[in-house]
Design a binder for this molecule. Sequence first.
Ligand code: ZN
Length: 299
Amino acid sequence: MYMNIFKGQDLLEFVEAFKTDNDCREYLSKIKWEQQYACVKCGHTASQIRKDFSRTCNKCSHTESATANTLFHKVKFGVRKAFFMCFEMSTSTKSLSASYMSVRYTVTVQTARLFMHKIREAMKSSENHPMDGGVHVDEFVLGGKEEGKVGRSYDSKKKKAITAVQLTEEGKIRRMYAMVINDFSAKSLVSIFEKHIDVKARVTTDLWKGYRPLAKEFTIEQIPSNNGANFPALHTMIHQIKSWIRTTYSWVSEHHVNRYFDEFCYRVNRSQTKSTIFNNLIVRMVNADNIEHRKIVCS
Ligand SMILES: [Zn+2]
């Protein structure tokens, strides 16, 4: 099926493209059944398309809505508002809080927060494209007083995190990932390597001994940090992600920090393809497994 994807970041064009809930359902149905329709109950591939863009199987009569089995499933405030939230979160680089969304779209703060977490879930890395080439890795801490220092801290109250950036030939950021870790031991540091770094990458870290054991599996060069001066692009990103988290999410709980990292990195990694970022997010929302409310709130 031919599909016109929404491109750009123009709000007026967006409003024009998605005037009703049904416009949004049509968009979802095109993504969902882009390849071919197959009935989820019996696998039959012929169907009737209904006015609300749901499909009814010609064989067993099972009807599947455009939102079923996507992260838009049972969104009580309407799929159009949900599309607007997706548009804002994918195109804005500002930190948008649940209370802001609540006021903008007349939903409760709780409802906004839950749906925003679903969006973050869709923004999570697929882990299918590990970083290669030149990769810089460093750890940092979140929370507590800033001493203008980036790096390890043994204050147990502070949340610890690790980040890795893939650099261009010119030393600019191509991609970035970040995640919370329990401590700065090799056992914890390795998690970002396993998820996001290809074994063929040329990794550079500071002199921290925690990285030494990882050199068995990865190519790691350790150089002095020189207070971050030897890792300029990486340290700029660490400052940005820390201040981004600090400004809006001072209340961020331990469990949710990774979700905010996912959101931040998702946009950084698509800063060169901003014109299609909304469509990319919607495709992810459609293809993600629908997550139970309980899992998002409590886990
Ligand atoms: Zn069927």
